[in-house]
Write a protein that binds this ligand. Structure first.
Ligand code: GCU
Length: 398
C-alpha cells in the first residue's frame, strides 16, 4: 500500500473514532528506503538501525520503511526515481551515483587507497565532507558513508592468476563508464548489467567473470557459479546513504537534523557489521570449495599499471584531489624489501618504498632520516616522476 494512502486511512480511522491523532499513534511522515542487498546484509541491517533510531528520536513522527532485496528496483533506477521524489531514501554504491555526479569517480579510482584505513581517513575528513556536499544540485542529499570493502574478480571457468588470464574475458561490471574503462584497460570486454542479473549471466555463460567484494560474492551466491575468486583489490567503492531532495525539503529542520545524526550513527554500526561479514563470507565460500587466488605483489602491480591510464581519462580535472587522497595514505617509515629502483627527486623509488637520499629530510610535510624507507601507495609510485618531485620540493626546508 502506498505510504501516503496508509497514513490517510489511519488518520481517517482516528477521526471516525473521535480520537485525536497523537504522535505516538500516527507518524506524520511514512517514507520509503531502498536497499538492493538481502535482509541479513550489513548495509540492510544498517538501514534498519537507521529507521529505528529515526522513529525513536522523532517520537514516532517519522517512520522509514526499509525495502530490501531490490524490492523497489535496481540501483540505477532507484537513483533516477529519487531525483524526482519517487523514493525517499536509499543506500547505494557510489558507482550508481557517479553517472549523475561524475566527480564521484575520483573516490573509486583503481588502486587509489592503500587499504581500508586510508579510505576511511579520506572519507571522514574534509575530502569526504566535500564529496557529501557534491550531491547538491542533483536532486539528492547525501547523509553518510557506508563501507563496501574492496572489489575482486571472480570467474566461472578458469582462475585468474595473471593479467594474461583476464585478457579476452567477458566481465560483468556495474553500469558505469569508469568501470567499463577499468576492465577494458586489462584487455577484457565489459558487460555492464544490474547486480540482480549477474548470477544467471554467470550460470548461462553470458559472461565469464564479474567483480565484487566478499560479502556480495557470497550473499548473492555468485560463488556457486563462479568458484574462482582472485584477490586483486582493484578498487574500493564507498557507498552512501542518500535522501531525495524533494522529500528532504518537505521535512522540518528538526527532523532533518535527527535524520542526519541517525544516518551517521547507523553508518558506524554498518562498519562494525561489515568487518565481521567479510570474514564470515570468506569462510563460507572457502568451505563451499571455492578456490581463492592471492595475487603476488608483482602480479598485482601489473594489474595496477594496466589500469592507470583511466586516471587520465576520468580524473584529469581532479588530480589535485587525487593527490590529496594519496598524501592522506602516506605512512611512517618502514623497512620492507623493494625492487626495481626508479630515480625520483630527493630519493629513489625502490619497489613500493621511497628511499630518501642523504640530505633529503622532508617528504609530504614530514621529516625523515636519510635512507628512510617510506611505503608508497600504488598510484604514488606510478606518478612518482612528476608528483613526488614536486611534493619533495614543496616541503623541503629552504
Ligand atoms: C555491491 C554494492 C551494491 C551494488 C553491487 C553491484 O554489492 O553493495 O550496491 O549494486 O555492488 O555490483 O552492482
Amino acid at each position: 500500500m502506498p505510504a501516503v494512502l496508509a497514513v490517510t486511512i489511519m488518520l481517517g480511522a482516528c477521526i471516525l473514532s473521535g480520537q485525536k491523532a497523537s504522535h505516538s499513534q500516527v507518524p506524520e511522515f511514512v517514507l520509503t528506503y531502498a536497499e538492493n542487498q538481502p535482509e541479513d546484509y550489513p548495509t540492510t541491517q544498517g538501514a534498519y538501525r537507521f529507521a529505528q533510531l529515526v522513529f525513536e528520536r522523532t517520537g514516532g513522527r517519522v517512520e522509514i520503511q526499509v525495502n530490501a532485496g531490490g524490492a523497489l528496483g535496481e540501483e540505477q533506477s532507484t537513483v533516477a526515481q529519487m531525483r524526482f521524489g519517487g523514493i525517499d531514501f536509499a543506500r547505494v554504491s557510489l558507482t550508481s551515483l557517479s553517472e549523475f555526479v561524475p566527480e564521484l569517480n575520483v573516490l573509486q579510482m583503481p588502486y587509489l587507497y592503500t587499504d581500508a584505513d586510508h579510505m576511511w581517513k579520506v572519507l571522514e575528513g574534509q575530502i569526504g565532507d566535500d564529496f557529501l556536499d557534491s550531491l547538491d544540485g542533483f536532486g539528492l542529499v547525501a547523509l553518510s558513508w557506508y563501507d563496501a570493502g574492496a572489489r575482486n574478480f571472480y570467474s566461472s571457468k578458469k582462475p585468474v592468476e595473471s593479467l594474461e588470464d583476464v585478457k579476452g574475458m567477458r566481465i560483468r561490471v556495474q553500469e558505469s563508464e569508469l568501470m567499463i574503462a577499468m576492465v577494458e584497460a586489462l584487455g577484457a570486454s565489459a558487460a555492464p548489467m544490474a547486480y540482480e542479473e549477474v548470477y544467471s549471466a554467470l550460470e548461462t555463460g553470458a559472461i565469464d567473470a564479474a567483480e565484487n567484494n566478499w560479502p556480495s560474492y557470497e550473499s548473492m551466491s555468485h560463488y556457486e557459479v563462479a568458484p574462482y575468486y582472485t584477490v586483486d583489490e582493484h578498487t574500493r567503492v564507498p557507498e552512501m546513504q542518500i535522501a531525495s531532495e524533494d522529500t528532504w525539503k518537505k521535512l522540518p529542520m528538526e527532523f532533518q537534523e535527527v535524520i542526519r545524526e541517525c544516518a551517521k550513527e547507523s553508518a558506524l554500526y554498518e562498519r562494525e557489521l561489515w568487518a565481521k561479514r567479510i570474514r564470515q563470507s570468506e569462510r563460507r565460500v572457502r568451505r563451499a570449495g571455492c578456490q581463492v587466488i592471492e595475487l603476488s605483489a608483482e602480479e598485482k602491480a601489473r594489474f595496477r599499471e594496466a589500469m592507470m591510464p583511466v586516471y587520465g581519462e576520468y580524473c584529469h580535472e581532479y588530480m589535485d584531489i587525487v593527490e590529496k587522497i594519496i598524501e592522506a595514505g602516506i605512512r611512517g617509515p618502514d623497512h620492507g624489501p623493494g625492487q626495481n629502483p626508479v630515480a625520483c627527486g630527493d630519493g629513489i623509488l625502490h619497489g613500493s618504498n621511497f628511499i630518501c637520499r642523504p640530505g633529503a629530510k622532508a617528504l609530504m610535510g614530514r621529516v625523515y632520516n636519510s635512507n628512510a624507507r617510506i611505503p608508497l601507495p600504488g598510484l604514488f609510485q606510478y606518478r612518482c616522476g612528476k608528483f613526488l618531485e614536486r611534493a619533495v620540493r614543496r616541503t623541503s626546508p629552504g
